[in-house]
Design a protein around this ligand. Structure first.
Ligand code: PMP
Length: 396
């Protein structure tokens, strides 16, 4: 018999989500996650993935993963510190370090894990963390895990950051102070003001930490937001995912040799969780090779992003202040946004509604994620559906 307390908790919590319209139904994809997906036997143009460069279905990655599985087996077998590390993992880390132009890299099982691992390995209850209020959930959880005092600053507000940094420093209460920001904010597509952040950090001796999940493979010729601003020497931590532009799964932390050495000695997901399987590592490696040798996919991604943004904007939609290919279409009211997304779906466009509490109340939006794999015809079809549905619903 299961616990009554658990049953009561689950029943009331799930009911509450349903009442608040926050109950999420997960669609089942019948096949690969490419620019076109199949759900319930229907083909839809997919604008909901983070597969920025289309590499998730690239044959070069698939071939590399098959070859690695045949040579090295299906699983890595153990934690790297206990059973040794495969040469594949070391090669990927060295390659990524050359690509990011940092001294060293450590690969984790996911981007989420990177934030759980890296923040808590260097920060503790004697420290403070200045965190942008719109930072990703994994940063928030990583901060909590560290037990450091978390001080949120207003989104990309440099006056607020400077003031909070000054107060924290002058209080004399903290041994170390860190500033953490996303490189690219995934709901709006805006870029963190890293040059200003670095100046403030240097003024108050802050440790700098950038989670570049959405900038890697997109900005700075693929090397990310830090490279985009040419700030590699002035940022302590750079986090990247292998799950978005790289197209597979996993995450990494880039930084100075001694920092990475410390993370290999002390970060818990590295010490206590099995490393990624050979097929994954090999396909990530193939993906980084592509990025290092060919800018075409990145150019295509930006071209597609600009085309979609211009198209929706010309129709009269509010596409926000995005500085990257991420293309929000801000509708406002939550119920209307959901209805709009449903109508897009019925017309063959898969673009999810993003609602409160993920974004502020009254700024419900459809978040469109164009990729390098979309054709011009697909995007024109999307724009035409937006036109028809928008007119039908009197939104434009
Ligand atoms: N950081 C940010 C900023 C993200 O957007 C995400 C993914 N949504 C992650 C970390 C987690 O990455 P992963 O999916 O590789 O675990």
């Amino acid at each position: 018999m299961s616990s009554q307390a658990l049953d009561q908790f689950l029943n009331s919590s799930i009911e509450e989500l349903k009442t608040k319209g926050l109950y999420n139904v997960i669609d089942t994809l019948q096949g690969a996650n490419g620019p076109v997906i199949r759900i319930d036997g229907r083909s839809l143009i997919n604008l909901s993935s983070n597969n920025y460069l289309g590499l998730a279905t690239d044959h070069r990655l698939i071939e590399a993963s098959i070859k690695a599985a045949q040579t090295y087996g299906a699983g890595a077998g153990a934690v790297r510190t206990i059973n040794g590390t495969m040469d594949l993992h070391v090669e990927l880390e060295e390659k990524l370090a050359r690509f990011k132009k940092t001294e060293a890299i450590i690969v984790y099982q996911s981007g989420f894990n990177c934030n759980m691992a890296a923040i808590s390995a260097v920060m503790d209850q004697h420290d403070a963390i200045l965190s942008d209020e719109l930072n990703h959930a994994s940063i928030i959880d990583g901060c909590r895990l560290s037990r450091a005092k978390v001080i949120r600053f207003k989104h990309s507000d440099m006056n607020d950051l400077r003031q909070q940094a000054k107060e924290a420093k002058e209080s004399g209460q903290y041994r170390k102070i860190m500033v953490i920001t996303d490189g690219v904010f995934s709901m709006d597509g805006d870029i963190a003001k890293l040059p200003e952040i670095v100046n403030i950090a240097e003024e108050f001796d802050l440790i700098t930490y950038v989670d570049d999940a959405h900038g890697s493979g997109v900005l700075g010729a693929g090397a990310g937001t830090v490279k985009h601003f040419e700030l590699s020497d002035r940022i302590d931590f750079q986090i990247g995912t292998l799950s978005k532009a790289i197209g597979v799964v996993g995450g990494y932390v880039a930084g100075k040799k001694q920092l990475i050495e410390w993370l290999k000695l002390r970060s818990r997901p590295f010490l206590f969780s099995t490393s990624l399987p050979p097929a994954v590592i090999a396909s990530c490696s193939a993906s980084v090779d592509i990025l290092m040798n060919d800018q075409e996919l990145i150019e295509k991604l930006w071209e597609n992003g600009n085309h979609l943004k211009n198209g929706l904007s010309l129709l009269g939609y509010d596409v926000g202040q995005s500085e990257t290919p991420i293309t929000p279409c801000i509708i406002g009211d939550e119920v209307t946004t959901q209805q709009f997304s449903k109508r897009l779906y019925e017309e063959g466009v898969y673009a999810k509604a993003i609602l409160f509490p993920t974004v502020p109340k009254g700024t419900g939006r459809i978040r469109n994620m164009p990729t390098a794999a979309h054709t011009r015809e697909m995007l024109d079809q999307v724009i035409s559906v937006y036109e028809n549905v928008g007119k039908e619903m009197k939104l434009i």
